[in-house]
Design a protein around this ligand. Structure first.
Ligand code: PEP
Ligand code: MN
Length: 349
């Protein structure tokens, strides 16, 4: 929909916009009002270049798009009935929890094995563990491919599926060959379209899931859903959206907690939302409240960092991992809240 700066376009202006949209297979339909005339773009109006060219015209105030920029992930798409199953849970039918260490310590694998058992005991459905790690400071430990064996051994010992972050194309093949069920795309890479493309292609013929974190720099909700769409476009729609806090940070919290975007996501997409409260608030003491807030906002699941001995962990664990008893209590309360919400608190619009 083209909204001109003036009450209506001159015949020359109308001719110009008609010629532009025609290049993209669209037509213009004026909608004549008593005072103002606006101009509907009839056809597929999703081409960015067409929109950019129209927005570049000095007599155009703005373009309002009616069509969704994401065909597959849109709530109105045919895929809206698609369900993602992970760790024995159909997301949306039961609260899903993935928990575990931020970073696997390749020199002390027992911490990870013990954490994996504790996570299972606490009621989680899948284990998370960082093999390769993006870091705030590149000179800190960036992970070790050897940790992949530890991750898979923990999976065998507990019988739970695992989630790990992939940061480059080589990691994707290694993780998939090892049997990782859920590939995580981190906040630093959520806008790395070549990585999204590589993941999308690699999982096209599999039932692997992707946990897509929200980029620290993502603003509009549609930007997040479009990144998920880009992965799904290759054939596998098992993409889970993971808000994990964004910028600017709030003094005291690691990031700006963003679990409150869950209802906005759910209004636009059918994709499940699994919130990560750990990176959002960044301190173990705040994580349980943030986890419950996420469930209250409508999250389908939680991704929580946990460690049997946080102080001995590497990566984020010393500051933000929950101990097993706190994790167990958080999951217990979160499941109760999930049931309560499911019981029907449906606000009227
Ligand atoms: C993580 O999950 O440990 C991690 C690094 O997450 P994020 O990409 O959200 O910072
Ligand atoms: Mn972490």
């Amino acid at each position: 929909m083209i909204l001109p700066k003036t009450n209506r376009l001159t015949p020359e202006q109308l001719q110009e916009v008609t010629a532009i949209v025609a290049e993209f297979g669209c037509k213009i339909q004026p909608i004549i009002g008593a005072v103002r005339t606006i101009y509907a773009i009839v056809g597929d109006e999703r081409d960015e270049l067409m929109i950019n060219r129209l927005e570049g015209l000095d007599y155009v105030d703005r373009i309002d798009r009616i069509q969704s920029p994401f065909k597959l992930m849109d709530k109105r798409s045919d895929l809206a009935t698609h369900r993602i199953k992970l760790g024995g849970v159909v997301l949306g039918e039961e609260l899903f929890v993935v928990a575990g260490a931020c970073t696997i310590d390749p020199k002390n694998p027992n911490y990870f094995y013990e954490t994996a058992h504790a996570v299972k005991e606490a009621g989680a459905h899948a284990i998370r563990g960082g093999v390769w790690k993006p870091r705030t400071n590149p000179y800190t430990f960036q992970g070790d491919t050897k940790s992949l064996d530890i991750l898979m051994e923990a999976s065998r010992r507990t019988g739970l599926p695992v989630d790990t972050e992939v940061m480059e194309e080589a990691h994707i093949k290694l993780a998939l060959d090892a049997g990782v069920c859920c590939l995580q795309i981190g906040a630093r890479n959520a806008l790395n379209y070549s990585l999204l493309r590589a993941v999308g292609k690699a999982i096209a013929e599999r039932d692997t899931a992707v946990l897509l974190k929200r980029s620290i720099h993502m603003g509009p909700i549609s930007e997040f859903i479009s990144a998920a769409e880009y992965i799904a476009a290759f054939g596998n729609p098992n993409v889970i959206l993971c808000p994990r806090g964004t910028t600017p940070t709030i003094d005291g919290y690691r990031n700006h907690p963003d679990e409150s975007i869950t209802p906005l996501l759910k209004e636009k997409t059918w994709a499940p939302v699994v919130v990560d409260p750990s990176h959002s608030v960044g301190k173990a003491v705040y994580v349980p409240a943030c986890a419950l807030a996420a469930v209250a906002y409508g999250a389908d699941g939680l991704c929580i960092e946990a460690h049997v001995e946080p102080a001995k962990g590497i990566g984020d664990d010393p500051k933000q991992a929950l101990t097993p008893p706190v994790l167990a209590e958080t999951i217990r309360q979160a499941k109760q809240l999930w049931e309560l919400r499911r019981g029907g608190i449906q606000a009227k619009k």
